[in-house]
Design a protein around this ligand. Structure first.
Ligand code: NAD
Length: 282
C-alpha cells in the first residue's frame, strides 16, 4: 500500500520554483505578487489565507492577505478587487471561499480578471479548461494529478469516481480526468446507492466535505483513494472525508490527511501565480 504523501514531491518542486522565481525577478524587475482576500472570520479560512501568503513568500513572491469583516458590503470588496485587477504589479488574486451569504457567487466568479484568476474560477478560464486549452489549472485537481504522476499511477482507461461536484474541486477534477482518458462516475448528494457506484472505481476521489463519509464498503479492493476533505475537530486534529483506518488494508494507495492533497493545492497556487507573472511580463 502506498501512502501518497506530498512531501517527497514538494521538496524538489518548491526549490525549482524558487530558482525559476529568482530568474523571473531579474526579467520583471520585481517579484511575482499574490493577493489573497478573506471576508469574514471563519477560523479555518483564516489559517488557509495566512498559509497561502506565507507559502508565496517562501518561494520569493510578495504574498499578502487582506481580511474584511463579514458585514462588509460586497460592492466594497468588489472595488478593492477592481483596483488589484488594474494594478500591473499584482499577478494573482484569490478570493477565499466560503463567502458570507450577502455575496452572490455567480457574480463573484467574474470579479477577478481571467489573467489574474490563479484559483481558476472565472467562467472564461473554466471554458478554456473544458475545451482543452487551459490558461490555469484549478489548484486542487491539478495538485491531485501531479501526485498521481509522481507515484506512477496513470488513470487512462480506468474507471475514476469523483464524489462531489463543486466548481472548485469535483467538476474540474472530473474534466481533467476525462482529458486523461479515464471513464468518469460523478457522485453528489442526490446519487442513489453511492457506495455501489464507488465500488466500481479503480480511482476514487472524495471531495464531499463530509467527515468519514467513505468507508470500507465503498471501496473496490486494490483501488487508489484520494481524500480531498479537511475537517478539524475541537482539539485541532485534522481528518478527511475517508475513514482511512477502515480502508487501509483494502486499498493499494491512499493520500494522508493532512499531508496529501492540501499541500499540493498550495503548490499549484504558487505555480499558477508564477505563470500569471510570466504572462504579464510578456
Ligand atoms: P462543497 O461543499 O462546495 O461541495 C461538496 C460536494 O459534495 C457537493 O457537490 C455535494 O453534492 C457533494 N456531497 C456532499 N455530501 C455528499 C454525500 N453525503 N454524498 C455524496 N455527495 C455529497 O465542497 P468543496 O469546496 O468541493 O470541498 C469539499 C471538501 O474538500 C471540504 O472538506 C473542503 O474543506 C475540502 N477541500 C480541500 C482542499 C484541499 O486542498 N485539500 C481544497 C478544497 C476543498
Amino acid at each position: 500500500m502506498i501512502l501518497m504523501k506530498a512531501k517527497p514531491l514538494l521538496e524538489n518542486r518548491r526549490s525549482f520554483l524558487k530558482q525559476k522565481t529568482e530568474a523571473l525577478i531579474q526579467t520583471l524587475g520585481r517579484a511575482p505578487r499574490l493577493v489573497v482576500i478573506l471576508v469574514g472570520d471563519d477560523p479555518a479560512s483564516q489559517i488557509y489565507v495566512r498559509n497561502k501568503a506565507k507559502a508565496a513568500q517562501s518561494v520569493g513572491f510578495i504574498g499578502e492577505s487582506y481580511v474584511f469583516e463579514a458585514t462588509t458590503p460586497p460592492q466594497k470588496v468588489f472595488e478593492f478587487v477592481q483596483d488589484l485587477n488594474e494594478n500591473p504589479d499584482v499577478d494573482g488574486i484569490l478570493i477565499q471561499r466560503p463567502l458570507p451569504p450577502s455575496f452572490n457567487e455567480k457574480e463573484v466568479m467574474f470579479w477577478v480578471v481571467p489573467e489574474k484568476d490563479v484559483d481558476c474560477l472565472h467562467p472564461e478560464n473554466i471554458g478554456l479548461l473544458v475545451t482543452g486549452n487551459p490558461r490555469f489549472a484549478p489548484c486542487t485537481p491539478a495538485g491531485i494529478l501531479m501526485l498521481l504522476d509522481f507515484y506512477h499511477l496513470p488513470v487512462e482507461g480506468k474507471i475514476a469516481c469523483v464524489v462531489g461536484r463543486s466548481n472548485i474541486v469535483g467538476k474540474p477534477l472530473a474534466t481533467m480526468l476525462m482529458a486523461r482518458n479515464a471513464s468518469i462516475i460523478q457522485i453528489h448528494r442526490s446519487t442513489r446507492n453511492p457506495a455501489d457506484l464507488c465500488k466500481q472505481a479503480d480511482f476514487l476521489f472524495v471531495a464531499a466535505g463530509s467527515k468519514n463519509l467513505v468507508h470500507r464498503d465503498w471501496i473496490k479492493p486494490g483501488a487508489i483513494v484520494i481524500d480531498v476533505g479537511i475537517h478539524r475537530d475541537e482539539f485541532g486534529k485534522i481528518s478527511g472525508d475517508v475513514d482511512s483506518a477502515s480502508v487501509e488494508s483494502l486499498v493499494s494507495g491512499i493520500t494522508p490527511v493532512p499531508g496529501g492533497v492540501g499541500p499540493m493545492t498550495i503548490q499549484m497556487l504558487l505555480e499558477n501565480t508564477y505563470t500569471a507573472a510570466l504572462n504579464q511580463g510578456k
